[in-house]
Design a protein around this ligand. Structure first.
Ligand code: AMP
Length: 542
């Protein structure tokens, strides 16, 4: 027998409609690229998003076409989140940390029709523009007064505020099928080419419900949420959608992500919940060093993207009385997978034991299932000892990469490329990574890309790039090289060879010359052995 309940599709625009109707006067505060602080309310956001939706239609963006953004966390970016997805187009957030060539590849692969960009990225747009054909127009996310002159771009450059001013705020959000694509985010994976994850309205709204729950990111109307995690990296962990769903005040930090700027913003806006990668929090903790109880309002910080060190958890909790919520996720998971929220029996553990729990990546909320498997694909026990490949499935897990021929799933499960163990309480802890990538300050560097450049050097016989632990960036690339016989190649010279071939921050920090590299039976480099030997290189200098 069929249930007799209303059929209302789960749509991104309905989050905005709810926020406008039920939390209309709640504030959204942004530090602008122009340097000042901007404030408005959800009802202003909704009005401007409708104007922008009309503008997108005016630009000829058809349903399903991609709207690119190259922007920091700010209100204009937020307007695009809702205007692009809500009107039936696909929001495509571009990562400005990528090299020009990678950006051009992604823009063409996604066929972005228009790209909105923050003024800080004008030079990047100027470099990318000659290499792309898909975009028909660029939009600078600023007002007329700040519009760049003589930009030299091959296609028209419009002004965000002009688009808003010129269009009506009367717009009916279309009643889309909830499985329609809503946004797109590329992840620099293990292959040299980034892969696109295409979210749907349904997966986004279900993720929003689940991520807001108390045992998840725990967000409520009375919270003031500061996503430091970029809106170009997996939708800022879904926090813009969550804030709209629960009606929380949203604080968007713009480009100023240093400890001092973040601290001032947290205090001025009385932030209660913040979210970001460990590298960002190191800067913040360094700034408040010696200021016991520095935070007058912040109750909780969500730390993920890389393992949260216990010293960081202790510093926040003991010195500043800010609870740490350690979380694990992936672009392919929208991103929330597991969150380390205590079960009741864990509350009575000793401080040390509780830290040991908090070092784990946590347990899944309803909507995500996980398992670990051994070498033959057999499921391993949750005994806190057996470590195996971590696989997940759920309502907001990708089943196929955008425009890719490669299958993404293994018998219905998504292989994460992380290696983990799970304890009897169901808490997952990442112990290793089977994917060959380096995560530096929350952003990916492809080992293959670094190795390919090294091989272009005529005096290099073998080149292997591994992730080495780093006190500030969590991981940095280390290049191990076998030189041609009699070569006098010096490390600095080889590092200089990378200039203009990869993004500056992706260059290895050091080169170590070795006699040979260990090879397995099939001739594959045994990176694990090299990792065992060299992973502490940046900590110990050897
Ligand atoms: P991304 O798709 O860029 O968000 O990266 C996802 C990957 O980052 C995961 O597969 C892990 O390798 C890593 N990661 C994310 N969160 C954590 C965490 N809390 N601890 C350890 N690694 C993490």
């Amino acid at each position: 027998m069929e249930g007799l309940m209303m059929q209302q599709p789960l749509l991104v625009a309905s989050l905005l409609q709810h926020a406008e109707r039920h939390h209309g006067t709640q504030e959204i505060v942004s530090r602008r690229v122009e340097g000042d602080i901007h404030r408005y309310q959800y009802r202003d956001l909704a009005r401007r998003a409708r104007r922008l939706a009309n503008a997108l239609a005016g630009l000829g963006i058809a349903p399903g076409e991609r709207v690119g953004t190259l922007a920091w966390n700010g209100y204009r970016h937020l307007e695009l989140y809702f205007a692009a997805s809500g009107s039936g187009a696909v929001l495509h957030t571009l990562n400005p940390r990528l090299h020009v060539e990678q950006l051009a590849y992604i823009i063409e692969h996604a066929e972005d029709r228009v790209i909105f960009f923050d003024l800080s990225f004008l030079a990047l747009i100027q470099s990318v523009a000659p290499h792309v054909k898909s975009p028909k127009v660029f939009v600078a996310m600023t007002d007329r007064e700040h519009m760049p002159h003589a930009h030299g771009l091959p296609i028209p450059l419009l002004c965000h505020e002009d688009l808003i001013d010129l269009h009506s705020d009367v717009f009916e959000w279309p009643a889309l099928d909830e499985n329609t694509a809503s946004s797109l985010c590329y992840t620099s994976g293990t292959t040299a080419r980034p892969k696109g994850v295409l979210y749907s309205h349904r997966s986004t709204v279900l993720h929003t419900y689940a991520a807001a729950l108390p045992d998840s990111l725990n967000c409520a109307a009375r919270d003031v949420i500061l996503p430091v995690v970029p809106m170009f990296h997996v939708n800022a962990w879904g926090l813009p959608y969550i804030a709209a769903m629960v009606g929380a005040k949203l604080v968007l930090p713009g480009p100023a992500l240093d400890g001092k700027s973040l601290y001032e913003l947290i205090e001025a806006e009385q932030v209660t919940v913040s979210a970001g990668v460990p590298t960002v929090w190191q800067g913040l903790l360094a700034h408040v060093e010696g200021m016991a109880g520095a935070f007058s309002s912040m109750r909780r910080t969500i730390i993920g993207g890389a393992p949260c060190p216990t010293a960081m958890t202790a510093a926040f909790q003991e010195r500043h009385r800010v609870d740490v919520l350690h979380a694990w996720g992936m672009t392919e998971l929208s991103p929330v997978g597991t969150v380390c929220s205590f079960r009741s029996h864990q509350l009575s553990l000793s401080t040390e034991e509780r830290y040991a729990v908090q070092a784990k990546q946590g347990r899944p909320v309803f909507g995500i299932d996980m398992k670990i498997t051994g070498a033959d694909g057999e499921e391993l026990a949750w005994d806190n000892a057996a470590a195996g490949d971590l696989l997940v499935r759920g309502h907001w897990v990708t089943r196929h990469y955008f425009r890719s021929d490669e299958p993404a799933l293994q018998e219905g499960w998504f292989p994460t490329g992380d290696v983990a163990r799970i304890d009897a309480d169901g808490f997952m802890q990442i112990t290793d990574r089977s994917k060959d990538v380096i995560k530096s300050g929350g952003e990916w560097i492809s080992s293959t890309e670094i190795e390919n450049v090294a091989y272009l050097h005529p005096e290099v016989t073998s080149a292997v790039c591994i992730a080495a632990r780093h006190p500030k960036w969590d991981e940095r690339p280390l290049l191990l090289v076998v030189k041609k016989p009699d070569s006098t190649l010096a490390a600095d010279e080889l590092l200089g060879f990378f200039d203009n071939k990869v993004a500056k921050w992706c260059k290895p920090d050091a080169v170590v010359f070795v006699e040979t590299v260990p090879l397995g039976a099939t001739g594959k480099v045994l990176k694990n052995q090299l990792r065992d030997q060299f992973s502490n290189y940046y900590l110990t200098g050897s």
